[in-house]
Structure formats: structure tokens, C-alpha cells
Design a protein around this ligand. Structure first.
Ligand code: ADP
Ligand code: MG
Length: 324
């Protein structure tokens, strides 16, 4: 068999597909970028479940004018510089490939004004190629618009789910990021209609209760720089669980299953685990949904301990236990 070196165009599309599989993946990357830029307000809009159009606007630091063209190139990031930084990642992004990936499989418009600049810049990119760049007046911050995701990748387009399914994935995603960034104002519009308007909150509990519309109980534990806060709904419900490791929503099956067993299956549970960055490896997969936690058993022990404490039990149960 002959062996070929693939043309650059094919390589870029293959690798883009690893990071961006759906409109929700695209929204995730753009929202993470907005959060990394210290935004206090993030507005998201979508048309047709994000398949036709996605827009994420923020009031963060903005991108430096000289750097705008670089952000759609591969492995360009302002978040890490060298190997040592990789051991202490505190931002959502660091791989420098999201904007590159999205821009190769869509038509993208990036508008940004750096906080030290008087004027902003607008750049249009189509299928990874910059086709226009001009100065514009705009407030400090960044706005990224993505039109026709996968327009040049028919295979991927074919496998996208129905509009409603894609839309619901995006709603869930924004809720997740709102849960871990309770001091940020999030809005979400779908086909011109407001779906979410989450005002900044004082603390996690306020955001959780606003989002789910019921009261929650809070428990926390701290040991050796590991902090776990766990919130469970007081009312029974269909049972949902949200897990955050250093503010990142993660889907670690093992841990989720463990928490579910301990908390019970009929509560909404939101669990935040904060630990030193060197104890977490977020570089397991480009999407960073799975993270590897060093000594995960310690975390499990701490969760167990949280539930062993008497005050966790409802009053009557605690009394009953005291009696025996
Ligand atoms: P990463 O987030 O891994 O660095 P991205 O491709 O997502 O890679 O973004 C590349 C760079 O573009 C970022 O490192 C950041 O400097 C800049 N950037 C992207 N989005 C924003 C934003 N909303 N506000 C400010 N800077 C941004
Ligand atoms: Mg990013």
C-alpha cells in the first residue's frame, strides 16, 4: 500500500473534528474563552440549535489588536507559555486550538476591543482563511459569531442531532457554567427568544437555588488544601447531579456514580471539588470533559466523611441515632 502525507486542509479538518463535534462544543469553547477573559457578563445567542448561528458576546479584557489574526492559528494561546505552566493550569483553555478548529469548519466573525485600546477590530474568517480585517467602534470585550458550522464538512453536518436536541445541550451547558461562575451574568437567547437570564449572585447557593427554583442544603469539608462543597436539594426530584473540579464541569463516571450512591437517587446534587492544580490532569482529552484526579480515593473518603457527620441527617433522624 502507498503511504501519503495528508494535505494541510485535510489535517486541519480532521483535528477540528476532535474538538468540535456539535454546536454545543462550539458554545462551550467560546464561553470558556469569555470566562478566561474575566468577563462579568456573557450573552449567548443561537439560531436553529446553533446549527445556523452562534454568538457569544462578553465584556472581558478583549484581544490585543496585534494578536487578533493569531487566535485562529493553531496552538496559539495567551494562557500558558511552557511546560511548567502545564502543571498549574487555572484557566479553562490552554491548548490554543478551539478558535482555530471552529474557524476551519465555519464562517466566523470575531470582533474585539482590548481594554487598553480606544478602538476595536473586526476579522472575518471563512473555512480557516482570514478574508477581511477592519477597525470598528465597540465597547471593550469580545464578540464571536459562528455561521453555518460544518458547512464545509458534510459528513459531520449529517450526524448533527435535531434542532431541539442541539438546543437543549446548549441550555444545559450554559446552566453548568452558570453554576460554577455564580458571579457572572449569563443570558441565553434561542431563535430570538430569551431562554435564560441569570443575574450575578453573591454565592454558589444563591445561584443554585435561583437556577433550580428550590431550597438546597450545603455541606463542606476541607483537608490538605482540598475543598469539597456539596449542595443537595431539600425536595425530592428526578435526581440530577453536577460535578465541578476546579470550576470545570466534568463527567468523571466513577466519581459521579460514587456521589450518586452516597447522596441518593432522588435529589439534585451539585458538588464542587477544589484542589491544587497539580493534583488534576485536565489534558486527558481535547474536550477536557474527563479529568484525572491524583489520589481520587482521598476525595471519595472526604465525601463519605461529609455524610457520616451527624448534622447532615434531618433532625428526627439525628435524634433517633442519638437515642440508640
Ligand atoms: P485557548 O483558550 O486554549 O488559549 P483558543 O483557541 O480558545 O485557545 O483561544 C486562543 C486565544 O484567543 C486565547 O488564548 C486568548 O488569548 C484569545 N481569546 C479567545 N477568545 C477570547 C475572548 N473572548 N476574550 C479575550 N481573549 C480571547
Ligand atoms: Mg479556549
Amino acid at each position: 500500500m502507498f503511504v501519503y502525507t495528508l494535505p494541510e486542509e485535510v489535517i486541519s479538518k480532521i483535528s477540528a473534528g476532535e474538538v468540535i463535534e456539535s454546536p454545543a462544543d462550539c458554545v462551550k469553547e467560546l464561553v470558556e474563552n469569555a470566562l478566561d477573559a474575566s468577563s462579568s457578563r456573557i450573552d449567548v445567542e443561537m439560531l436553529k440549535g446553533g446549527k445556523r448561528y452562534i454568538c457569544v458576546r462578553d465584556n472581558g479584557t478583549g484581544i490585543h489588536r496585534e494578536d487578533v489574526h493569531k487566535v485562529v492559528q493553531r496552538w496559539t494561546t495567551s494562557k500558558i507559555k511552557d511546560m511548567s505552566d502545564l502543571m498549574s493550569i487555572s484557566s479553562y483553555g490552554f491548548r490554543g486550538e478551539a478558535l482555530y478548529a471552529i474557524s476551519t469548519v465555519s464562517k466566523m466573525i470575531i470582533k474585539s476591543r482590548f481594554f487598553q485600546d480606544e478602538i476595536g477590530i473586526k476579522m472575518e474568517v471563512e473555512g480557516g482563511k482570514v478574508i477581511n480585517k477592519q477597525e470598528i467602534g465597540m465597547p471593550v470585550g469580545t464578540c464571536v459569531e459562528v455561521y453555518d458550522l460544518f458547512y464545509n464538512l458534510p459528513v459531520r453536518l449529517k450526524f448533527l442531532k435535531k434542532e431541539d436536541t442541539e438546543r437543549n445541550k446548549i441550555i444545559k451547558l450554559i446552566k453548568e457554567y452558570a453554576l460554577s461562575n455564580w458571579n457572572v451574568h449569563f443570558t441565553l437567547h434561542s431563535n430570538g427568544r430569551k431562554v435564560l437570564d441569570l443575574y450575578p449572585c453573591e454565592d454558589k447557593k444563591e445561584r443554585i437555588e435561583a437556577l433550580f427554583g428550590c431550597k438546597f442544603e450545603e455541606k463542606s469539608i476541607e483537608k490538605n488544601s482540598i475543598n469539597i462543597s456539596l449542595y443537595t436539594s431539600l425536595e425530592s426530584s428526578r435526581g440530577e447531579i453536577y460535578l465541578f473540579v476546579n470550576s470545570r464541569p466534568v463527567h468523571n463516571k466513577n466519581l459521579l456514580e460514587y456521589i450518586r450512591k452516597v447522596v441518593g437517587y432522588k435529589k439534585i446534587c451539585v458538588c464542587y471539588i477544589d484542589l491544587p492544580p497539580y493534583m488534576v490532569d485536565v489534558n486527558v482529552h481535547p474536550k477536557k470533559r474527563e479529568v484525572r484526579i491524583y489520589k481520587e480515593n482521598i476525595i471519595k473518603e472526604m465525601i463519605k466523611e461529609l455524610f457520616r457527620r451527624q448534622e447532615w441527617y434531618p433532625f428526627e433522624l439525628a435524634q433517633e441515632r442519638a437515642y440508640y
